[in-house]
Design a protein around this ligand. Structure first.
Ligand SMILES: [Cu+2]
Length: 71
């Protein structure tokens, strides 16, 4: 799913994303905060970047489990 990085909170290991529709989570497009599965994922990204993300619900939290830079 395509999204844009708005803000990164490294200490909390969360990022704010503007995301498109997420059918498997029954969510329309919006901006919201997600947890990151792995802190190392923060190294390759900065605010304003476009990314392709995979989001899953883990223990009740919407969590980004993988992402890669998008053009
Ligand atoms: Cu959302």
């Amino acid at each position: 799913m395509k999204a844009q990085v708005r803000r990164i909170t490294a200490g909390a290991q969360t990022i704010s994303l503007k995301h498109g529709e997420i059918p498997n989570l029954d969510m329309p497009r919006m901006a919201m905060v997600f947890k990151l599965k792995d802190a190392a994922m923060l190294q390759a990204i900065k605010a304003g970047d476009s990314v392709n993300v995979t989001i899953e619900e883990i223990n009740g939290d919407y969590t980004i489990t993988s992402w890669q830079a998008a053009k």
